[in-house]
Write a protein that binds this ligand. Structure first.
Ligand code: FES
Ligand code: CO
Length: 360
């Protein structure tokens, strides 16, 4: 059963012994679309394995990765048309999770109605696979984050994956943290001599919050070639979108780039991020490996501090940590996440709004 009062295996809500830390009833970005093929792929969400595969018709299917017969991982099997075949005794599952064939059955023996696995709604958007972890009917499900630049002319995307040694909420908090760059990224674009950040305003609407600051960078990595030794002042807009997306939009005059990140919550100490880097400059393929390398280098610097934090989610109680005014966006994330956790799901009739400020 999924839902507010989940079992210990579920992992899809905030309510059980502090070990469940995934919000219920949201679309989760879980994989890059091109990575999901007719070869089944396992994705672990807070300790719970799902299997993703693409049918012969091109549709992505998400099933519980556990055969109803003997608990074998279906991701070790293979796709036949629209169905998935278990590698152990060959039970065949349809996209709706129902078993449609038990090869060893004697003639005339019906398939038990219990022979089925859980199935999850799927959609593909922005070159990513989104899986709905909840029970709401389609019309009531929260919307996905928008990313118009993904399909816009003049933009080019690079994609990749990165595994962090930290809980996904810690990773989200890191990627919307406004004040760490002069320290964590001092060897790259962070300016240690200019750590102060201006007062900023938080924009909020359902399921998301964002803030913009002016940003002085020092030239680093590939951007050095584009911006020169004395880059113009730029701005950063950082956004979180519940449950597992963050976005950082950099602007230096006409030059822009965007990091769009889906943080897959694997376990208390592991997050697997599928990332897109979108740029509107040097949109030739030869520059892609440089972009890829720069993103991974930056994530490694961030992971060097995220891994020093305790396992498990950011504290639910705001006063369990000390916040500075410059932490406002992170605090907003904690507030909205906690509010959704207390609602037990993303209610379409509720419209939670975060309030500005760093105080608990
Ligand atoms: Fe899957 Fe037996 S374990 S068919
Ligand atoms: Co960082």
């Amino acid at each position: 059963m999924r839902g507010a009062l989940c079992c210990e295996r579920c992992g899809f809500c905030l309510t059980v012994k502090g070990s469940c830390a995934v919000l219920n009833n949201f679309w989760y970005g879980l994989a890059h679309s091109p990575a999901i093929t007719s070869i089944p792929r396992q994705v672990v969400v807070m300790g719970r394995p799902l299997v993703l595969y693409r049918t012969v018709g091109g549709r992505v299917v998400a099933l519980e990765d556990r055969c109803a017969h003997r608990d074998t991982a279906l991701s070790g099997g293979w796709v036949e048309g629209n169905c998935l075949r278990c590698p152990y005794h060959g039970w065949r599952y349809a996209p709706d999770g129902g078993c449609t064939e038990i090869p060893a059955n004697q003639p005339g023996v019906a398939i038990s109605r219990l022979a089925k696995v859980e199935t999850f709604p799927v959609q593909e958007r922005h070159g990513l696979v989104w899986v709905f972890l909840g029970e709401l009917p389609e019309a009531q499900r929260p919307e996905l984050p928008s990313l118009p630049e993904y399909a816009a002319p003049g933009w080019r995307a690079v994609r990749g994956e990165f595994t962090w040694s930290g809980h996904y909420t810690r990773v989200i908090a890191n990627t919307v943290d406004m004040s760490h760059a002069p320290f964590v990224h001092a060897a790259a674009f962070g300016r240690k001599e200019a750590p102060r950040i201006q007062t900023y305003h938080i924009e909020s609407e359902r399921w998301r919050g964002s803030a913009s600051i002016q940003f002085k960078t020092k030239p680093a990595y590939f951007l050095k070639l584009v911006l020169g030794k004395t880059p113009p002042d730029g701005s950063i807009t950082s956004t979180f979108h519940l449950p597992n997306v963050t976005q950082v939009h950099h602007r230096f005059g006409r030059i822009q780039f965007i990091l769009f990140l889906v943080h897959v919550p694997v376990d208390e100490r592991t997050t697997h991020t599928c990332w897109l880097h979108l740029r509107n400059f040097v949109t030739h393929a030869w520059a892609d490996p440089f972009m890829h390398r720069d993103v991974v280098r930056t994530f490694r610097q961030d992971d060097s501090v995220v891994r020093l934090q305790p396992p498990g989610p950011v504290p639910e109680q705001l006063n369990a940590e000390v916040h500075a005014p410059s932490d406002g966006l992170e605090v907003a994330y904690r507030r909205l996440r906690r509010l959704c956790g207390r609602l037990e799901w993303a209610s379409p009739t509720q419209n939670p709004r975060i309030t500005e400020g760093a105080s608990p």
